[in-house]
Design a protein around this ligand. Sequence first.
Ligand code: COA
Length: 260
Amino acid sequence: MNYPLLLVTSENHIATIIINRPDKLNALNMDVIAQLGACMQQLESDADIRAIILTGSGEKAFVAGADISEFAHFNVEQGRTLAAKGQKTLFDVVENLRTPVIAAVNGFALGGGLELAMSCHIRVASDNARMGLPEVSLGVIPGYGGTQRLPLLIGRGRANELITTAQMLKAQPACDAGLVNYVVPQEDLLNKCKEIALKIAANSPTAVGYALQAVNAGFDSSQNGFNEEVELFGKAFGTADFKEGTTAFLEKRKPNFKGE
Ligand code: COA
């Protein structure tokens, strides 16, 4: 499949996706959303890929938001469809991917950009990163899951303040609030993400996928997270990776996981 707005590479079981619209600060237009959603699903089905790093091109922005020029003239129904389609084709896809996605937040992550980073499983920010949900300053609200995922990450009070003031958080306060896991100098950002990805890649890809599924179930009101954990725990016992992992431990050697 061809993704003209993305740069996709892979090495050592780790895929890196760069959103490549630097002249528009990597703003998410409908083409980027469609390509990124399809690319994520393709990488998930690639047995060689065990972790994905997502970042933006250039040194200024991860993603500066949804592309404002695309929706400025939309009516009520078009606005509703934009949010619903975006959530379905990209944001929910990323969050529910079996392969962990690490957001390398290399600059502005605003609006849809922060919502995209929040859909990822892990976030690392460069020291020049700025994060916020400025939608109310445009007369709209976050529509790609921001009102739901931000309170889960930083708590309702802090989320309410960030959303209603439309202010940006610098990298270190974002880290202190739990929005990102680490802050590193910009030149170290991809290496830090690769370091995390390599640790993930050493584990059973099947178990990693089940674990993410169980975590997500706890945040899904239609599921019981504890019951889902029991089911997935049991299911893991039927996998080749479980046999390999436990056998390798007893034989005092490193496991050689193959995934499903
Ligand atoms: N949608 C569409 N285009 C965008 C964009 C967005 N969300 N964010 C930036 N761009 C474009 C600008 O229009 C500009 O294009 P141009 O050169 O053709 O005029 C280009 O990217 C560079 O942006 P610019 O505003 O000149 O850079 P800056 O350094 O002065 O400011 C930001 C950077 C991020 C503060 C500013 O671009 C901004 O506020 N962007 C919108 C953020 C936002 O509200 N996002 C939420 C959308 S729901």
